[in-house]
Design a protein around this ligand. Sequence first.
Ligand SMILES: *[C@@H]1O[C@H](CO)[C@@H](O)[C@H](O)[C@H]1NC(C)=O
Ligand SMILES: *[C@@H]1O[C@H](CO)[C@@H](O)[C@H](O)[C@H]1NC(C)=O
Ligand SMILES: *[C@@H]1O[C@H](CO)[C@@H](O)[C@H](O)[C@H]1NC(C)=O
Length: 560
Amino acid sequence: MGQFFLTGLCIFVAFLNFDYVFTQTETLEISALGKLKGSFMETRLGKRIYAFRGVRFGEPPVGTLRFEPPVPVKPWNGIFDASVEGPACPQPLFQLTSEDCLRLNIYTTKLPNKDHLVKRPVIVFFHPGGFYSLSGQSDQFGPEYLLDKDVLLVTVNYRIGSLGFLSAGDPKLLGNMGLKDQVIALRWIKKNIETFGGNPDCVTITGYSAGAWSVSLHLVSPMSRGLFHRAIAMSGSVTYQQKLGTNQKNLAIKQADVLNCPSDTVENIVSCLRTKSATDIANTFNAFDEWYGDPVLRWTPIVEPEVPGVERFLTAEPIDLIRQGKVAHVPFIGGVNKDEFGATAILPVEEAAKGNFTFFEQWNSDWDHIAPISFQFERNTSRTNYISHELKKAYLNGTATLENIDGISNLYSDALISFSGHRLVNLLAASTNMPVFYYHFMFQGRYSHATWSDGRPFGVVHHDDLMYVFYISRFPKFVTGDPEIPTVEKMTAIWENFARTGEPIPKDNLLFKNVEWKKFTTRHNRYLELDVEFTLKSGLINSERMAVWDRLFPLSSGNY
Ligand SMILES: *[C@@H]1O[C@H](CO)[C@@H](O)[C@H](O)[C@H]1NC(C)=O
Ligand SMILES: *[C@@H]1O[C@H](CO)[C@@H](O)[C@H](O)[C@H]1NC(C)=O
Ligand SMILES: *[C@@H]1O[C@H](CO)[C@@H](O)[C@H](O)[C@H]1NC(C)=O
């Protein structure tokens, strides 16, 4: 509490040491740690993007470096080919992966040269994917919309799944590898981004879902302090209904068991898992499935033990750190979507239409077992069954039926996403002086990440808002005249203005019909509703549902 912070402009500081030359031919060469060859892309409105993809920021975490904290990349000789996409980190059902995946993509429309200094706000994006999937590759999160604005974008890969998050509360398996990867990417950016025309003193970290968990963790990590100046956490936060705890040794044992490794000691687990291929490890994903794909979140960050000589990413439970005011005091935007994980209802409903009520039968006969798995709360404690019953009563009036399937949708949404976002903005407003902006994304476009089998969008689900910030290649690229374009223009304007000034909405901007996005405070709960129009609303998003969670997971209990 009470720490001083500035929300001023990211001031252009006019000095830059050029100790390199670049020539612009068909491609482009820049040297910092070494030379890089980039390629050209084009924004939605036709500006040239200088793209450097697959740039290695960490040494390949292979062999004895597997499961270890990352090692920053060493200078290289020759020209690093950043004109092609780099690999994703190992994950199931994805072909183009490699363990040599500590890569980032840099996009800008203006490079500096010796006559012209450029220092644009830097936006760093940490991808979603539950800490076990996706990547920062350009087909998943393309720069074509955002780069119509004067910002520099960096998308970051980080280790995921067991390779990124396996932990045992033991020096031989500390955990949080994927988050430390993100930190060394941020350090790389601080050191090198000026070369690309980015301002290292004006860095906005953004992330979605697992990436938003990451952003909320960087707020409280001592390793991340000073590396960023604004933060956007979309649809997710580490501040959910469980403690992180100090390890996931149960998963380490399971990972060893499914690959026929000994699981008696951490040393045996780690040394045996180092002999397995990254693909074999990634492909055991389904072994961690407990009930039709649940729990959605399997590997989590943990509170690390103290080990001499090793930097700790996380020193205590994030909620405790926030409540003690041990937070990077930066302007913050957080929010959730209308339907988030609601589309989980599609399969049960479509099966029921065929006369198959398996899901409903299991929910009703085995709720006490299923609820803590699917809705990710404490298991096998004296409160577990009580919480299960209360959730079933509040969302389903005691029984799961086809008629109240919305209750199942809302439960998934709130358990996996909405409650954590609600708790984060409330905690930040209560314990810090940070400017906190809260939103509810409601805009229904023509496309969605979740559709009924006849192709109709389910609603505004998890990830859907990202398609107005990034070109996501599984959807058409929006063009002038499309009904999605006003949303693309508003979302990208907010990102740019926030990155530049710490305020989300540009002043005097007709695009927003002069709506004011007032801060969320403990005295004034309010949020911006992002629909066809953007409207300031009073109160909390889904306030009645959130009250159930606040009651079941009170901060005073220490059980969160
Ligand atoms: C009913 O649905 C469940 C869940 O999708 C599935 O596992 C099962 O095979 C289905 N049963 C029939 C008879 O289609
Ligand atoms: C549940 O807790 C009891 C008592 O603490 C313990 O004996 C039991 O092994 C636990 N069961 C599971 C599945 O963890
Ligand atoms: C809830 O269930 C009870 C029976 O268990 C029923 O009497 C009541 O009408 C239900 N309420 C609603 C709103 O459906």
